[in-house]
Ligand binder design. Structure first.
Ligand code: KG4
Ligand code: ZN
Length: 349
């Protein structure tokens, strides 16, 4: 019999719930995005995010169940993101999940948001012929995964469905954060990643030689604050000289520099750790150049490439339901003392 997990995600600016069968098959996926609200302020305002989650969460969960055409009695477990993320928003999801688990008598599992992003790689739905995802091959650990989002940039060795080892990390900004800051500097607004991605298609990636930084002793670590400063200096320098800036060239050159580093380090980590498969996760995994470049480089090396469908790259409840399924199968349960852990680390239990 299939195990249906209800996944709930409220760690940042998406109120999301989904039902996934056996960790892979998406039955329903409901996302209420608060982006239009936060756009007014140029970024996420935590207090406003919390209030929006309170307003929407019950409707989003109700719709996830009705879209799935399931009742509470069909749900095997409720999985909820309890960290990392913004404490107020996390608490809305955690307290709602606990209340539902208690009221309906359904087991509860806590999920790490970053591990959820990684598990998005297991999700499949109806076959899409234009998909880049090899939908007939079921991805299974071990593999090397780059997780790049607005708050995190890690290279993670996925040893098992619920076992993760960090191989590389950023020393300062996350990749998505750099995209967002550069987008703001060239006047593209929030969230910047998709807008830089689009504008970069019209620009020359070789126009400006932005730095590709390596840091410390680790060949797998990242630093993105240097490139962000280099872009800001370039823009200020041009302004002082009264020169007009080609924004598309800036976007394309910045994007190329970030993607070069992300791909080089991930491919090297996979090779050094004898991983046959390379995967992508997190909001930045939606970037078209990153998807294309990582696929080409991995396949050139004889490695298999996997990435989630676009809709599962940015925050969603289905990835939380998938990670929750593997937690459930490993026997771990959360109790009604489950609390939000804003700085929860990958692999922490
Ligand atoms: O995973 P996510 O939805 O939220 C976090 O957990 O942070 O990631 C959001 C981040 C933002 O920084 C956004 O600008 C970036 O992912 N992003 C992109 C693209 N789509 C989203 N960055 C580059 N290219 C994209 N197409
Ligand atoms: Zn995320």
């Amino acid at each position: 019999m299939k195990k249906y997990i209800l996944g709930i995600e409220t760690s940042c600016d998406e109120t999301a719930a989904a039902v996934v069968a056996d960790g892979r098959e998406v039955i329903s996926n409901v996302i209420y995005t608060q982006i239009p609200t936060h756009t007014l302020y140029g970024g996420v305002v935590p207090e406003i995010a919390s209030r929006e989650h309170v307003l929407k969460i019950n409707q989003v969960i109700k719709k996830a169940l009705s879209d799935a055409e399931l009742d509470w009695s069909d749900i095997t477990a409720i999985a909820v993101t309890y960290g990392p993320g913004l404490v107020g928003p996390l608490l809305i999801g955690v307290s709602t999940a606990k209340a539902l688990a208690y009221a309906k008598g359904i087991p509860l599992v806590g999920v790490n948001h970053i591990e959820g992003h990684i598990c998005a790689n297991y999700l499949t739905e109806k076959k899409d012929p234009s998909s880049q995802v090899p939908q007939d091959d079921k991805l299974s650990p071990p593999y090397m995964c780059l997780v790049a989002s607005g708050g995190h940039s890690h290279i993670v060795r996925v040893d098992d469905y619920d076992k993760f080892t960090i191989i590389g990390r950023t020393h300062d900004d996350a990749a998505g954060e750099a995209f967002d800051k550069v987008a703001r500097a060239i006047g593209l607004g929030y969230p910047g990643g998709p807008k830089v991605d689009k504008l970069a298609r019209e620009g020359n990636p070789q126009a400006i030689d932005f730095p590709r930084a390596s840091v410390g002793d680790s060949p797998y670590d990242f630093s993105f604050s240097g490139i962000k400063s280099a872009v800001l200096n370039y823009l200020n320098g041009a302004e002082m000289k009264g020169l007009e800036v080609n924004k598309a060239d800036v976007a394309a050159s910045f994007q190329q520099a970030v993607i070069d580093v992300l791909v080089d380090h991930t491919i090297k980590a996979a090779q050094d750790h004898n991983m046959k498969t390379v995967a992508l996760a997190g909001g930045v995994a939606a970037n078209s150049l990153l998807r294309k470049t990582m696929k080409e480089r991995a396949e050139k090396n004889g490695q298999i490439f996997n990435c989630p469908e676009l809709i599962y790259c940015t925050d969603n409840g289905a990835m939380i339901a998938s990670a929750g399924y593997f937690e459930y199968e490993s026997g771990r349960r959360a109790d009604l003392y489950l609390n939000a852990v804003p700085n929860l680390k990958i692999g922490e239990r």
